[in-house]
Write a protein that binds this ligand. Sequence first.
Ligand SMILES: Nc1ncnc2c1ncn2[C@@H]1O[C@H](COP(=O)(O)OP(=O)(O)OP(=O)(O)O)[C@@H](O)[C@H]1O
Ligand SMILES: [Mg+2]
Length: 422
Amino acid sequence: MTENNVKKDDVLLRVEHLCQYFGPVKAVDDVSFDIKKGEVFGLVGESGCGKTTTGRTIIKLYEATGGDVYFKGQRICAGTLTYVNAIKEARMKAKAEIAPLLADTKANPDNKAQNDEKIAAIKASLAEVVNENKAKIASARADQKHIDKRYSETLIAELNEKYLPLIKAAEDAGDEDKLAALSKEYKREKRKAKKTKLITQIQMIFQDPVASLDPRMTVREIISEGLIIQGETDKEKINEKVYEMLELVGLVREHAGRYPHEFSGGQKQRIGIARSVIMNPEMIIADEPVSALDVSIQAQVINLLNELKEKLGLTILFIAHDLSVVKYFSDRIGVMYFGKMVELASSDELFAHPLHPYTKSLLSAIPLPDPISEKKRQRITYNPLVSHDYSVDKPSMREVAPGHFVRCNDKEFAEYRAMLAE
Ligand SMILES: Nc1ncnc2c1ncn2[C@@H]1O[C@H](COP(=O)(O)OP(=O)(O)OP(=O)(O)O)[C@@H](O)[C@H]1O
Ligand SMILES: [Mg+2]
């Protein structure tokens, strides 16, 4: 599914076979999707299906159990579970193959030489699998360890390119004041670059604006926290940036000195948005940013996100449990059910030709604007045990039409293709 008809270099974030397990709970289980630069990707599904966990794993609040996440072509998350499992399985398989050979040797000692040869071959191929997967584990760990350092190094290289010629020119000109000022600025920027992590280019707006804002901090402190962590010490610069952000999200600079409890729900969410946008991110993960708000306020906050997307060239992963919220806002939509992605298509395609029964049930939950059709609207309930028979024919994510993916087995795949052909 990573090979849909889009050029690879358009992709900003690529999630491949992501798994996040909490003990026996498979909160996210083999989820794959990608988000193109400038796109709004909607992720929907009912409460507990793993939407927030997907977002939190991407920004590395959790260590991924399995699978990979690439941001701007660099692997930012690398789970090792699949490799660990591959080793386990190979060991078990080898053990099962060797046991009867040993038994045979015991019963028929004449066969020993022949059996030993077979056993050696099995052990050799096991060693190959083990080494291959151990190398993958090592490379995943290495990527995790070095990703931020490598990123800092590229930032520092950019600073060198910018500042070193300027410093040299000031030196040559014998301009002591300019040289001192440039050197100071260069040092400060370098210190910041050392602390900057690639992952700060993805910022998350959290689900619950009340719980996500520390009540003891002023709005100024909340909004500027990320900058300060990144090593910004210039107070004036910080203040200017905070005011700029407040105005950008529709608040005023006088709000900077106040505390979260003095704001309405919609305003709190605007503060949350300002806090993430100040980091100058390329991508925002908006986790149900409007679910806790009154319907009348929801549209305002969505419009704000839309405006910011245009103004700042943002790419957005928009999480919601309700399809109606994401419909107009998202270019593409992924539908999750119990930790799995079950359908993925462009927004228009998903609404015009929903295929997975769970998507159909989500669509049937949306009230219709026309009272007559609304009266006739029937809620479809989804029961996986009734809808699918996966006892033999197993499901996987398949491309039913270009760019339209559904989790289905062979039989369903044929049925869905036929439905689309009608
Ligand atoms: N830190 C955690 N430890 C253990 N289990 C967790 C943790 N976080 C989430 N879970 C479990 O993982 C599953 C997915 O939770 P998640 O919060 O991702 O769902 P969600 O789709 O965001 O739901 P909602 O719409 O209610 O926000 C749930 O069963 C949840 O109980
Ligand atoms: Mg959630």
